[in-house]
Structures are given as C-alpha cells and as structure tokens.
Design a protein around this ligand. Structure first.
Ligand code: PEP
Length: 257
C-alpha cells in the first residue's frame, strides 16, 4: 500500500466535457510521487473517455459506487468487471450520499466489499456519524457498528488493500472540516474496531484510514501530521484543478517518509 492516498470524488457535478477538461487540466500539471497515490473518481459515463485521456499518467481512476453481483439482470447497475474495463483500480463503497438518498445499508456495503476484493479492485469504504449521533454521544458506536457490519466475515490474506474513509457526515460539503485531533481520535477508534475483527499484522498491512469532509489545500496539513490519518477523500475542492493539485502537493510535502 502507499503512504498517503488523495482521492477525488467528483460526484454528479460535471458533464462529460467538463469532466474531460478538468481531468486534462489536472493531468497537465500533475507530478507523481511514489509515496502519494492520487485517485480520481469521476462519473461512470466519463470514465471511458478519461481512461483514454489518462495515457501513461500515474493518476489512478476509481468509481463512485459498484454493484455486488458479477453479472445478471440488475437494471442500472455496474459490475467490478465493467469498472476494470474502463481503467478503474478503485471504487468507493457506502458513501454517505448513497446511504442517505438510496438507503444503502451496512449489509450492502458488506456485499460490495466482498465482491470488490474478489475482483482485485481497491475498496474505499466510507463510514461516519451524523450530527445527531455525535450530539447523543454515539459517534464511536456509529462508526464501530458500520465497520463491524461491513467487515465481519471477510477473510484477508494480508495482500489486500482496503481504504476506510472516515467522513463525519455533517461536515461533508459544509466548508468547515472538523478539528484534526478529533479526526485522529476517530481514526484510532476505527483502527481498534478493525483490530477487533482482524489480526493486528493483517490490519497494519491491509488497511489505510483516511479523512474526508471539507478538506482544502490550507487545512490538509493539520490532518496529515496526525499519525493515523493516511490521506484524504476530497469532494468540493477536487473540482478546482489548482486547489486539488495544491492538496496533492501538500501531501507530498507533509508525509513523504
Ligand atoms: C465527500 O463528499 O466525500 C466530501 C468529502 O466532500 P467535501 O470535501 O466537499 O466535504
């Protein structure tokens, strides 16, 4: 696995031309570092064109979602194989948008995780508490429950790569990230939840935990100096090429060891 992951989620914000233009803009000024993996998750429909534009660039591609079956009569769904066909190495699973608007459950996240690992894609599993859960003192319970339901029963050999994105739901898109020390604490909670399921050495080898929620090129530094925060999932700021490249540059500067 890499030291640091910078993952852009473009959501449903751009049409095809805008997606290609943004990708080319980022690609032109992008400089790769072995320590920092940069992943862009555009819309499904722009993936084939962006994959063609990618050429030899070290920017990686991911999807924003995937279905848990390999093939069949599942109208509207996209399989892992289809994602690999268009150059994806990664896929987001269980983003809070999907949980909120499409009623995706932890059980669905579990099915997706199984299939994604079987198909050798790297899952980015999103977890995080609502504001209400936090106010009620249930933030730890909320993320431990999401992790346990998604991960229990998964057998790992030690060669798999799994990214867990801790995203406090109430912070996403708000323009105000949580305090980095608080995020670090929640990363420790997630790490312990993983260690309660998998052996410690497997957890160390297979997992990276990253933070998501109103990250920009100014606040990223405070997160990456935390020992357990191994990258960021970026929404809004990833739509601005200079801002996104600024985030990637800060990651290279802060944590290339
Ligand atoms: C997200 O949607 O996962 C996200 C982190 O968005 P933003 O960076 O805009 O808060």
């Amino acid at each position: 696995m890499k030291n640091i992951y910078i993952i852009a989620n473009w959501k449903m914000q751009l049409n095809l031309k805008e997606s290609i233009d943004l990708f080319n803009n980022i690609k032109q000024k992008f400089s790769h570092s072995e320590d920092v993996e940069t992943v862009i998750c555009p819309s499904y429909i722009s993936l084939p064109d962006i994959n063609r534009c990618k050429g030899g660039s070290k920017i990686r591609l991911g999807a924003q979602d995937v279905f848990w079956e390999d093939v069949g009569a599942y109208t509207g769904e996209i399989s892992c194989e289809m994602l690999k066909d268009v150059g994806c190495n990664y896929t987001i699973i269980g983003h809070s948008d999907r949980r909120k608007y499409f009623k995706e459950s932890d059980e669905m996240a579990h099915y997706k995780l199984r299939t994604v690992l079987k198909n050798s894609l790297v899952p980015i599993v999103c977890v995080g508490e609502t504001f209400q859960e936090r106010q009620e003192g249930k933030k730890e319970y909320a993320v431990i429950s999401q992790i346990t339901k998604a991960m229990s029963g998964i057998d790992l050999l030690g060669t798999e790569e799994i990214i867990v994105a801790y995203e406090p739901i109430w912070v996403i898109g708000s323009g105000r990230a949580i305090n980095a020390e608080e995020a670090e604490y929640m990363h420790q909670v997630i790490k312990q939840a993983l260690i309660d399921i998998f052996p410690v050495d497997i957890t160390e080898k297979c997992f990276r935990i990253i933070y998501g929620g109103s990250i920009n090129q100014t606040n990223i530094k405070t997160f990456l100096v935390q020992p357990n925060i191994k990258g960021v999932l970026v929404g809004g700021a990833s739509l601005n090429p200079d801002e996104f490249l600024g985030i990637v540059s800060e990651a290279k500067r802060e944590k290339c060891y």
